[in-house]
Design a protein around this ligand. Structure first.
Ligand code: MG
Length: 263
């Protein structure tokens, strides 16, 4: 009897909190942080960084060869024209063919001039640093029109969604190209699936630091608390958000995989 009780309690201990179902009473508002407000700063001039010689070019302006549809793994169907790719909302999220460990990544994006909507329904997309499943699963750095557009601060441009607000708001107005540069340090899991070392994000928006080695508490979720699920290598995903605002465009995307650090 004792040993049954013992193994039963061991079993309970062995189930990570991540595996437990979210409380059905959780609401999206529960994880919205609205204050303090994020200071606005003006970024410097516009920049287009040429890829370093050791980078993998994920989008050079002509082809979506490096990208597939998250839904079914078929060829990505976003629109490519004039050196940029533009979200095709019905086609859903896209992700890289390749999977990555930790990396440095550069991308440029443009919220269309004349964007409409407000809050989260205004130029919403997202850079999923590691896409661990379909839909919106993974680790999202928010892309949003945050130019005179209030929303919860942990959901504005440059936020680690519902986890860490950006340090400042250096966004440009709709119609202008903007840049994101990140250093993604992936989470490390032990052989039994438990978390050995969390994920970290350092990010620059328009050349201004918005995340400084920020620790993630797990995958970013719309509802409920973040939690980690073990994975090893993962693709990078771009979000086709379901809101009705005009779709945003991307160009000049490259990545450099980084050597693993002992952790
Ligand atoms: Mg988003």
């Amino acid at each position: 009897m004792k040993s049954i009780l013992l193994s039963a309690s061991l079993l309970l201990v062995a189930i990570p909190p991540a595996a437990l179902a979210q409380d059905s009473k959780d609401k999206p508002e529960d994880t919205e942080q609205w204050s303090p407000a994020v200071p606005v700063v003006a970024s410097g001039g516009s920049e287009t960084a040429s890829p370093p010689s050791d980078a993998t070019v994920l989008f050079g302006g002509k082809s979506l060869d490096q990208w597939v549809s998250v839904k079914d793994g078929s060829a990505a169907r976003w629109t490519v024209a004039d050196g940029m790719m533009t979200v095709l909302k019905g086609a859903g999220n896209i992700q890289t063919r390749q999977s990555f460990d930790s990396y440095q990544l550069h991308l440029e994006y443009r919220i269309p001039a004349g964007i409409t909507g407000q809050g989260q329904a205004r130029g919403n997309s997202g850079l999923f640093l590691a896409s661990t499943g379909p839909g919106d699963t993974g680790y999202e750095m928010q892309i949003l029109d945050s130019y005179h557009n209030d929303t919860y601060v942990n959901g504005q441009a440059g936020a680690i969604y519902k986890q860490v607000p950006p340090l400042v708001n250096p966004v440009r107005k709709p119609g202008e190209w903007q840049s994101i540069d990140v250093v993604w340090t992936k989470p490390v899991f032990a052989a039994d699936g438990s978390l050995k070392s969390p994920a970290y994000l350092t990010a620059f928006l328009n050349g201004v630091l918005v995340q400084n080695h920020a620790e993630l508490r797990g995958e970013t979720t719309y509802v409920g608390k973040p939690s980690y699920k073990p994975y090893d290598r993962a693709p990078i995903k771009l979000q086709a958000h379901g809101d009705q605002s005009k779709p945003i465009s991307f160009r000049n995307i490259w990545v450099r995989e980084l050597p693993e650090i002992a952790r």
